[in-house]
Design a protein around this ligand. Structure first.
Ligand SMILES: Nc1ncnc2c1ncn2[C@@H]1O[C@H](COP(=O)(O)OP(=O)(O)OP(=O)(O)O)[C@@H](O)[C@H]1O
Ligand SMILES: [Mg+2]
Length: 382
């Protein structure tokens, strides 16, 4: 098994490096090869990260935040411009991808379309003149993959459903006995139902092997179901890495706070009244948690999670002008979207409350559930 370290890894792409990048370049009116700003796209900016031996690290971030680039750099399919990638402390700069003992699964599976599943699993050994190992490898892998996998072995990819192709792609990885699993949005092609069952299956396999895994997704549910820890990328920067509970309880900045919460944490611009230790949001005066914001600036952002507000019968602190009510049947709850002092705000309330669009409701929030960020730097204030 292997621990992976990224040491201050940066990676830029030249605009026009591929079709997508060229399109982006056109959109912003810049021209390929022209000197000056906008010639390069920063895919990874000074990323340092430790993936522990045997852990599954989920990597989440918006589209274009550098998730796939990070995987490709770890795999050795791309070289970082600066910084190093180490496996068990050993610099991998000179080790080609095929000698790194990795198994990769991509969104589009990349199975060989003309080969039966059996051969998709075995091809790796065939080209390495180890064909004699194939039957036993395939047998063991099918056993690991569990019920129903045998039947897939004699079919070619066009004869398999998306979910089945995904299982074959994963089996092809397992078959090679990898020391490191790199999965890039492996479930994004599947429909919701198949996605959740395949997610459970992947989790079972990862548990069973304890193979070090990097799992890229922009689905938060998936990230937290599979990852022992979660790394949040934004515009090539690693914003925070930790167990989900830590990201939720102590997000380092506004980006993480909104990204790891569903619905996203509400963020309200406010003034900080130092004397009263309260946030002033229009006519609303909100008592802040006891704590020393001795260095708090006068312009702050108040963060409140949708599920942390409590409705009050009598007028209370936060007036929410209700616009849209969205029932969450399974949770016996509802999302109440509206405006608070002109700013969008969402509250998650128990279904027993009768809430109608057009209504003004009053919400209370326990001071200890309030987050305070510096409005300029967007960072959480301790
Ligand atoms: N070969 C390339 N040439 C030029 N630019 C590239 C290339 N590959 C990626 N990029 C750019 O680098 C940035 C990061 O891309 P990357 O594919 O790592 O994002 P991602 O987080 O995986 O996004 P998605 O969720 O959409 O898959 C993007 O701005 C992208 O356009
Ligand atoms: Mg990607």
């Amino acid at each position: 098994m292997v621990a992976v370290t990224l040491e201050r890894v940066s990676k830029k792409y030249r605009r026009g490096g591929d079709i997508l990048a060229r399109r982006l370049g056109e959109g912003s009116g810049s021209h390929e090869g022209q000197p000056g700003t906008g010639e390069f796209i920063t895919a990874l900016a000074d990323v340092s990260l430790e993936v522990r031996d045997g852990e599954t690290l989920s990597i989440i971030g918006p589209s274009g935040s550098g998730k796939s680039t990070l995987l490709r750099v770890v795999a050795g399919l791309e070289q970082p411009d600066t910084g190093r990638v180490l496996y068990n402390g050993k610099d991998m700069a000179d080790i080609p991808p095929k000698e790194r003992g990795i198994g990769m699964v991509f969104q589009n599976y990349a199975l060989y379309p003309h080969m039966e599943s059996r051969m998709n699993l075995g091809f790796f050994f065939l080209v390495r003149k180890r064909a004699q190992e194939i039957p036993e490898r395939v047998r063991v892998t099918a056993e690991i993959m569990g019920l129903g996998f045998e039947q897939l072995l004699s079919r070619r990819p066009p004869e398999l459903s998306g979910g089945q192709q995904q299982r074959v792609a994963i089996a092809r990885c397992i078959c090679r006995d990898p020391q490191l699993f790199l999965l890039d949005e492996p479930l994004s092609n599947l429909d919701a139902k198949l996605r959740s069952s395949t997610r459970v299956e992947i989790k079972r396999l990862l548990r069973r092997f304890g193979i070090t895994t990097l799992y890229v997704t922009h689905d938060l549910t998936e990230a937290l179901a599979l990852g022992d820890r979660i790394a949040v990328l934004n515009e090539g920067k690693l914003e925070q890495v930790g167990p989900y509970s830590e990201l939720v309880e102590r997000p380092v900045n506004v980006f993480v706070a909104t990204f790891v919460n569903t619905p996203p944490m509400n963020i309200l611009p406010a003034h900080y009244n130092r004397a009263a230790h309260e946030a002033v949001i229009g006519a609303v005066h909100l008592a802040l948690p006891p704590g020393s914001y001795t260095d708090a600036p006068s312009e702050i952002l108040v963060g409140i999670r949708a599920q942390d507000v409590l409705p009050r019968g009598a007028p209370g602190v936060l007036p929410l002008a209700v616009e849209v009510v969205e029932p969450l049947i399974a949770e016996r709850a509802q999302l109440v979207h509206g405006r608070l002092n002109g700013h969008p705000f969402t509250a998650k309330l128990s279904a027993e409350w009768q809430v109608m669009p057009g209504q003004l409701i009053w919400l209370d929030v326990p001071p200890e559930r309030i987050y305070v960020f510096d409005a300029r730097t967007q960072r959480l204030l301790a």
